[in-house]
Design a binder for this molecule. Structure first.
Ligand code: NAD
Ligand code: TYD
Length: 341
């Protein structure tokens, strides 16, 4: 493979992955297709501007007239493009069905017609649903519980159908909660870090005891790279770090790292259908040689350091982007009646 189409490459993980690919494979060329939704940001790729192995195309994965000419000239596709925030999917699921399901269909259909060597669908551990005990393996049933998770599971089922029906050489990754540079500040970790830096409350949903496994973005990218090059067509691969932590402990550590008082923790009304825990068995990917390289402490410290030193990146979003401000007001004014915890 020499030229890859990375959809959603102006978002958080996609932009880190593009940088990872260009650095790791000095002969590869990358074309990013991104619709630049509220979560897409050209600033995430600013350092690559002008590089002759990198090209940016502004467009929607649901638009076949944009997708087809691009797919014709690439060897493989890595699909990051998605609506990604659970809370937004609860407010309005429409865009999730459109991009995550229909957009994936358009990419798959074009990929099979043009005959790509490789298609990678970036999915999530959320497709397994809430896992109160034990760990999810790739053969477990998909039991999504939020509109976001359901749209990602729907996309996965389409991918599987294209492998079985048309022999499309497609693979799927299911990553856990990812943290690191360039994550849009609506997700828990960047929201907590930037709120702490601004002396604002850190809103903890419900009892604050829901558990997530936090993975550093470089480790997620390395896992996707292994699956891109060595994954078995038709298979899914879990990518997790085994760093289980609940919301309260996460907020405690962030406040310690930022140097702000623990009193900034604020319990707010819970997310409807809040998944209590996700946890992954990553034996299948480990068998291909992958291991996460960052401890949780290291990953969180690096992430806090990045947000500290890139204040203008997140302040531009939080202060100037209407899509952020409107969402924040709607989401947190509703929730901020303290639960009294
Ligand atoms: P993000 O929200 O930061 O970025 C999504 C990108 O997709 C944005 O640049 C956006 O402009 C683009 N996009 C949205 N709709 C589009 C469309 N119709 N056409 C073209 N581009 C479009 O997301 P992220 O956190 O980087 O997640 C990337 C992928 O990884 C997603 O598929 C997500 O489901 C998956 N994932 C994320 C995490 C996580 O913790 N962030 C964990 C596991 C899996
Ligand atoms: P989030 O980053 O939205 O990811 P997920 O897709 O796993 O829900 O949330 C991570 C965890 O943090 C999840 O248990 C919900 C919780 N959370 C809060 O307690 N407060 C918040 O303001 C947000 C955004 C999330």
């Amino acid at each position: 493979m020499q030229i890859l189409l990375v959809t959603g490459g102006a978002g958080f993980i996609g932009s880190n992955f593009v940088r990872y690919l260009l650095r790791t494979y000095p002969t590869y060329r990358v074309v990013v297709l991104d619709a630049l939704t509220y979560a897409g940001n050209l600033a995430n790729l600013a350092d690559l501007e002008g590089q002759n192995r990198f090209e940016f195309v502004h467009g929607n994965i649901c638009d076949r007239t944009v997708v087809e000419p691009l797919v014709r000239r690439v060897d493989g596709i890595v699909n990051f493009a998605a609506e990604t925030h659970v809370d937004r999917s609860i407010l309005d699921a429409g865009a999730f069905i459109e991009t995550d399901v229909k957009g994936t269909y358009i990419l798959l259909e074009t990929a099979r017609q043009c005959g790509v060597e490789r298609y990678v669908q970036i999915s999530t551990d959320e497709v397994y649903g809430s896992v109160p005990v034990g760990v999810s393996t790739e053969t477990d049933p998909l039991v999504p519980r939020s509109p976001y998770a359901a749209s990602k599971a729907g996309a996965e089922l389409l991918v599987r159908a294209y492998v079985v029906t048309y022999g499309l050489p497609a693979v799927i990754t299911r990553g856990s909660n990812t943290i690191g540079p360039y994550q849009y500040p609506e997700k828990a970790v960047p929201l907590f870090i930037t709120n702490a830096l601004e002396d604002k409350p850190l809103p903890l949903y419900g009892d604050g005891k829901a558990v997530r496994d936090y993975l550093y973005v470089e480790d997620h990218c390395a896992g996707i790279d292994v699956v891109l090059h060595h994954g078995m067509p038709g298979d899914a691969y879990n990518i997790g770090a085994g760093n289980e932590i609940n919301g309260i402990d996460l907020a405690t550590r962030i406040l310690d790292l930022v140097g702000k008082p623990q009193s900034l923790k604020q319990f707010v009304i819970d997310r409807p259908g809040h998944d209590r825990r996700y946890a992954l068995d990553c034996t299948r990917l480990q068998a291909l040689g992958w291991r996460p390289r960052h401890s949780f402490e290291d990953a969180l410290a690096k992430t806090v350091a990045w947000y500290r030193s890139h204040e203008s990146w997140w302040r531009t979003i939080k202060e100037q982007q209407a899509a952020y401000r409107d969402y924040y007001r709607q989401q947190y004014e509703l929730r901020s009646q303290s639960t009294g915890e």
